[in-house]
Structures are given as structure tokens and as C-alpha cells.
Design a protein around this ligand. Sequence first.
Ligand SMILES: *Cc1c(COP(=O)(O)O)cnc(C)c1O
Length: 382
Amino acid sequence: MSSELSKIWLSSPHMGGQEEKFVAKAFKENWIAPLGPNVNGFESDLENYIGNDKHIAVLSSGTAAIHLALVQLGVKQGDEVICQSFTFCGSANPIMYQGATPIFVDSETSTWNICPKALETAIIDRIAKGKTPKAIIPVHLYGMPYLVEEVAAVAKKYDIPIIEDAAESLGSTYKSQNCGTFGDFAALSFNGNKIITTSGGGALVSNSKATKDKAVFYSTQARDNAPHYQHSEVGFNYRMSNISAGIGRGQMLVLDEHVILRREMHVFYETLFEGIDGVEVLSEPNKDFYSNHWLSAITVDPIKTNGIDREQMRLHLETHNIESRPLWKPMHLQPVFAHMPYYGGKVAEELFEKGLCLPSGSNLNDKDRKRIKEAILEVFKN
Ligand SMILES: *Cc1c(COP(=O)(O)O)cnc(C)c1O
């Protein structure tokens, strides 16, 4: 019977209503190309939103943004780049595209993001082995800001640039400053499951107009200034289309509302699990942190729940047609990265073993929440 109910997704696209207006305008004016008024408009919308004098190039994906940050930092074959291990593969794959080696670092327990101590240990050891890392990629995972000041202090001490992976954290802040403005570069993502979407897309945030222009240059096949097609460098086809950017412009109008709604889902889970021993909801460590709670995430400790673990919970929710998903499997445990250096302990590994993401979309309603609550309480009744 429950399978006849419509599926409750982890995080699905949520249109605000104005998107089609921007897309229709693009059709009417025949701007269907990877340039046009929506592309420039979406870039200004984003720049105005995140502030701090940043310059933004919109691209085909968040992964492309991280890739172009590495290209601009001159990362090449044989170089090393430090990356938070507890993340989605989009943070790490671009390091491989450049023929460089990812050096993975463990998380700390307050934000689940890169541990500044393990980070410093990694840097010291890599330098001792002969190579100073070319960049550090920390991640604001699930929207939770990483330990911004501690990570910046380590990066500064060794003079290593930061590429901030803010793919999941548009709308999050640390000490009232927007995520995506702390690094030398930052990557945003507008993939279908993110807090706002362009059906697929991303953006590179940088500190100057020159670096932005360079990103646009690389993202449009690195074409030299000549009447014919001439190329002195290897480029990429990474620019966002004017159609996608139109969707993005519409989504910007509802971004703040989406943040409020996702944060309400987080409060819903905090309340729901208040009386349940052994379940912890990822929450801000203190008032300096403000998460968009892109995904609400919990850890389940079977020792305290009479043996109920996250997999049992996931499978039970599935029988009610409710999607949930284990936390990201750390990169250093992925077969493709198994031979890469790793620094730290078992924080990320334990999070993966115990953790679960629950439905968090801004489009969930009271009926959905009732179904989720009943299904979850059912697991803990038995
Ligand atoms: C989604 C995501 C990316 C990549 O973004 P795409 O737009 O899907 O390429 C990178 N890092 C993290 C942490 C993400 O969640």
C-alpha cells in the first residue's frame, strides 16, 4: 500500500515560477547560445548575492569550476593538491584531470569538514617528502561551513591557495560572511539536487575581473583574439548556456526562501530525534556558523539504539517510498583513489558507517513530513 504513495526524494528540483519567463525571453530573442543576457545577468545576480567584491563566471558544472581553478593555479602533472576526503567525487576528480595527485585529509567532528590539525600534518609531511601542495580544497559539506579561520590560518602559514568547494553551501554563512567568499577561488554548483538548480551548471568565484575573464577564456576553448580561430593554449567547453542561466536567474529569486525551508526541515529532524537515543543530527557548533542545511544528516549509533543501524533505517524508509542515502563515502576509501596518500584517523570513515541523509527538499510539505515522521518512529518502535 505504501508503495502507491508518491516518492519522497532526498532533494529534488524546486522551481519558483519565474524561471520560464527568463527562458522564454531567451527563445524569443534567439539567445540559445553559451552567451547572452541571462549569462551576464545570472553572474551579476550571484555577485550581488555573495558580495565581498567577488567576480563570478558561470560554467557547465561545479566540477568544471574546480577544474578551472586548478588550471589557473598552474596545477600540472606530478603536482600535489590537498583535498578533504569526506566529500563528493566532484571535489577530487579535477585534480586527476590535471595529472596531479590528490592528498586526502580526514574531517573533524564539529562540522564534519577538513580537520585543520590533520591538514597541517599533511602539509608538513608532503613538504618533507619534497613537494609543497599547490592548493587546498576544503568543503562546506551538506551546507555546514568548515572551520574557516583555522583552515585559513594553516593555508596562510604555508602560503598555499584555497579552492573553496561551496557546491553545497550557497546561502550558508560563517560570521555573517557568505560561503564561497573565503577562498582564493570557490566553486558553486547548480546541479539538479542542489539548493538552487539550472538543471546542471556551476560557477567559479574569484577575486578579480582578470581571473574571471581568464576562466571565461578557458571555458570557451581558449580562443585568442583574432578574426579566425586561433589557439595558443588548451581550452575547455565549460561555459553555461543562456538557457540554463535563465533558469538560474529565476532560481535566484527564491534562493533565500529555499534556505529558510531547508533550515525548517533541519528543525523538523532535530525535534523528531530529540527523544531518540543514539541519533545525532548535524547542527551548527555555535552561532558563528549558519548552514543552509542543504541536506539534513544524522548519525545512528547502533550501540545506543538497541541495534538499529543506518542501513536498517534506510531500507525501512525505502519500503515507504522515502529516499534516504548514506553519507558520502570518503575519497580515500574509493577504489579509484585507494593508492593516494591519506592523513588523519577514522572520523570520515565512521561518519560513513553511521551516517544517513534524510529528505531535505524545500518542496516537501506537511503531508510528506507526516509520512517521514511516522516511518521513522516505526523503525524505533520495534
Ligand atoms: C555537487 C558537488 C560538486 C560538483 O558539482 P557538479 O555541478 O555536480 O559538477 C562538487 N563538490 C561537492 C561537494 C558537490 O556536492
